[in-house]
Design a protein around this ligand. Sequence first.
Ligand code: ADP
Ligand code: MG
Length: 905
Amino acid sequence: MPFIEAPTTFYLGRKVDPNSKKLTEDVVYYDSRDLTTHAVVVGMTGSGKTGLCITMLEEAILDNIPAIVIDPKGDITNLLLNFPQLRPQDFQPWINDDDARRAGMDIPAYSADVAQRWRDGLGSWGIVPERVKWLQIAAQKSIFTPGSDAGLPVSILASLRYPREGWAGNEEAIREKVNGITTALLALAGINAQPVKDNEHVLVANIIENAWRQNQDLTLEDVITQVQTPPFEKLGVLPIDKFMSERKRFNLAMELNNIIASPSFRDSWLQGQSLDMQNLLYQENGRPRVSIFYTAHLNDAERMFINTLILENMLSWMRTLSGTTTLRAILYIDEMFGYFPPYPKNPPTKDPILRLLKQARAFGIGLILATQNPGDLDYKGLSNAGTWFIGRLQSDNDRARVMDGLREMASADDDMDLRAVSSMISDVAPRVFLMRNVHDEESPLLVHSRWAMSFLRGPLTRQQIGLLMRDQRQKLLQKLAEKYGQQHQTAWQQHAGMTSRYGNAPQGSPQNPPGLPPGMPPGLPSGNTPPPTLPGQPAPAFGAQSAPPPPPPSGGQTSIQPAAGRSLGNAPQGFNNSPSALSSSIAQYFVPPRINSQQAVGGWQQSGTMAMQTQGAQLVYQPMLLAQALVRYQDRKAGIYTARVFCYAVPDIRSAGLVHWQEHKTEPINAREVQSKPLPNTFFADVPGGLMDSRRLTALKREVTDMLYNTALLVVPFNPDLKVYGDPDAEFSEFQSQVQISAREQRDAEMDKLAEQYANQIQRLEADLNRRERQLAATKKELRDRKREELFTTGEALLSLWRGRTNYTLSRMSRATRYRRQTTADISGSHETLETLERQIAEKEQEFEGKLHEVSEKWAHIANNTQEHVINPFKKDIQLELFGVGWMPMWYTINNGQPVVIKAF
Ligand SMILES: Nc1ncnc2c1ncn2[C@@H]1O[C@H](COP(=O)(O)OP(=O)(O)O)[C@@H](O)[C@H]1O
Ligand SMILES: [Mg+2]
């Protein structure tokens, strides 16, 4: 048994003897829960930091833990190179030409050589191909290339969305985020400004805060416009012009504008995956995801900018989580150079890293921070880190610095023998690290990292990244395209401030400029063509995304009035100049058009087959039965309180007969936008008989309420064993990750109990063994020595797992048993009993591993048992907001001589 595959436990490598510096057989495990107090990895280039960290990520993936990786050199992209079959042809496409040349081989020969090296390497560390296979499929691995379209594109726009968690109770945290984003934004424009001190910073931070306080999302364009004309008159006690002159503000606006004026910025920073942690850490089905941010191609300011945004978004996401004791997710920063420097340096990344180090533990988020130069790190902040890996260091100076840092830590913990540590790290080989873990009584110890399952070939080229991300990229672009379409439909609702009542606003995608048919994102896939604008509408100031959604028409003349105010003297056939008079007992609503004539015609063309040749379109009203209800759902047990709006517009209501409500379901209408009068220059279709009959309408009113009562059910995902209900207004992946965390916590608790139980049982067997051995009359001294070693090893092995310590030494134990067997063979008669006991101990261990596996399987099964929980509305919670004759807006046009009427709502 080379190592025990135990849930929650990372297989890191094997111990190195501190005296001989030789690799031993003792496996080093790491309890992943220890990572919630973060790990710091220090060592010179080539010391094996990245290899060790990739190893940890691999172990995390095998235990379904997702990760965000900041990858300034591009080495972590190697995590995608998993070849379970280890064939030369698997490696060949990823071989570095230079490496082959240096080795004096052609590519195929070198590929075979590398494949053999990996086969031998993994074999010698006891790793079987199935483990690599599982690593390959256990998580989705994505490479994001902000500012470039080589891999997956990133959009930074959502970062200026107002915080959905609300101000109350989050003031401090949100203000920190405002400061972070402001510093990053100014840095991107080449302005090095500090919070509170510098006027530029104060101004921009106030602009963001001002908008967010009013629950308004900002765009970069808004920020620039408001820098010139701030939406407030004073800053502190000073009038705005005194605080910062108009000229200075203009210059600042120009500098900010220069960033986004470049077409490359528009293409590469504004379209793509938003930095939404839920989506970056989980796939839609809730399975884990590893999101690698490759930033090797960026300049320092851009890198600082994107890193700050990632960190700030991580912090905001964290605040929405509930606490946990288990490891939920990893944030790994490879090469920390410049992101967390000692005082007095204060780049925008420093503060969020510090906050994460201090706060992330409670939420199960573990940071892994790697650096070559210990001088890059602020030790005060790092005294929060619970685990240190110290590899080969370049100079005595570096070593002295590391010792300084450890001294800070040691003050809280007097056990550590600093002199011993210093000598241990004096001259270690590559891939050997001094491991210091505050949760582990046995540390510090020397660990040699195990062989990485991923092919460590170094940074991938952009082409290779493109190849790896081809499918994911296509899917992402497709999803964004759909989202843009959806966004379009709800744009005016959002504009009217109706997001909450009408369900979740689509997350984090830029708004479509008006004039684009639904389902068509501007300029996607990235191209430079400006999005079409409506005739007569000014081009957006700073690019397509800034255009506001079309304002809802508020009576009178509107921007979507067709035919440029052309007055049509005569009503088209089938339409009248004025609406028919109806009984005053019947409510009437004039519904404003939501779709302009171009969109309507465009949509109609898409759905039809023939080309449309029209000359303008005329707005007409068609009277329909309009029924819109707000349905509230409450379920105390599931803790769910939410609402949905259902809207039906039924034409052709006869005096009798069935109404097929579901066929006439339509987008909800903003009840506050509905008018009591028609727009001018419009015509009106006849009112069908049933709609003039108030008795019939009363009956239908009852009918629609009954219909909703029976059919408007809310279905949420539900896990019966864990008693976790999905939030109906959140994504499914959120439910899944919640379930995973809950299952993991219970699994770990059960595993701990199991370890304790087995430690006790095995200790009993050992005591028995010990007693019988003592009964042996003639025992060789050698035998006694062996036994003592074994006793020590076995008990300790299980006890350490039980205590949650980070390493145990089962392999050493089995070796000790083997040695002893040779010795006892000399003693006749008594060795049989001893062998039986030995066998029993070995069986117990195997049983233990089997049980661990069972526990793991059981909770995996429980976590996957998703059922539907159905919430029926109460009748009292069905509230009709609109019921009566809805004058529904339609576009009337002539196509090839035939009249066509298209929905405008
Ligand atoms: N766990 C590992 N398994 C196999 N090879 C490794 C491992 N760790 C390091 N190496 C080898 O050592 C080289 C240098 O290690 P690396 O982790 O990149 O060092 P660092 O990040 O400290 O500069 C790698 O390119 C790889 O060939
Ligand atoms: Mg490295």
